[in-house]
Design a protein around this ligand. Structure first.
Ligand SMILES: [Zn+2]
Length: 217
């Protein structure tokens, strides 16, 4: 389910013939897989026992709407809020991020094993809509307006930079990031040069830079 190369435990004929070490799966053939030992980088073939996969419900929210799909995953795999995986639906293949794990009617967790999970609550992150609060240049915050822009999930917003979307032109002043995003030292981000990916953004706060006078509104 993860985007990184699959890892399996296997003995290594080069450095550890008796005790299993972590191996990266390079390719899979019929019955045999080619793996690389992460201890000594030795590449060899081995057989690994495939776990049965279980099917689980996935609720995906996208652009304010939601739909249900299913995912198949190994029952022993640990999953956590904030992780992303590729969801293959009849309509589309998309990248989703886990926002909540539902284990029962009243039970929700940040981390669990797949077999205990009843429903994955997720949101699509390959294309996202970002909320932007645009403040007029003369500082009348009462007249700020909210706009939504659609961008790829990995689009970068940088504090201090000017963005242009259609008729909108604004300078990013600060960025509030979502609870399910990781890797940010501060929230909100407000230092010149701070960068946030669109999929991690809760809201962008910006100063209006459109050439037409704000008073026109
Ligand atoms: Zn080895």
């Amino acid at each position: 389910m993860s985007e990184t190369a699959e890892r399996v435990a296997a003995t290594c004929p080069s450095c550890s013939p008796d005790v299993e070490t972590v191996h990266e799966v390079l390719s899979e053939g019929s019955g045999q897989v080619t793996v690389r030992c992460t201890e000594c980088s030795h590449v060899h073939k081995t057989t690994i026992e495939r776990e049965e996969e279980v099917e689980r419900d996935v609720v995906v929210s996208q652009d304010g709407e939601s739909f249900t799909a299913t995912v198949e995953a190994p029952p022993e795999e640990t999953v956590a809020v904030g992780e992303e995986f590729v969801l293959d639906t009849p309509e589309a293949i998309m990248v989703v991020r886990i926002t909540d794990l539902q284990l029962g009617d009243e039970v929700r967790r940040d981390e669990a094993e797949v077999e205990d999970v009843e429903t994955f609550w997720t949101r699509a992150v390959d294309n996202v809509r970002v909320n932007v609060t645009v403040n007029p240049v003369d500082g009348r915050n009462d007249d700020s307006r909210s706009v939504q822009i659609s961008v790829p999930g990995d689009y970068e917003f940088t504090v201090g930079e000017t963005e242009e979307f259609g008729d909108e032109e604004f300078e990013v002043k600060s960025v509030a990031v979502r609870d399910d995003a990781s890797g940010y030292d501060f929230n909100p981000l407000g230092e010149e040069g701070d960068v946030a990916f669109a999929k991690d953004v809760k809201r962008v706060y910006a100063d209006d830079e459109t050439s037409t006078a704000w008073s026109a509104w």
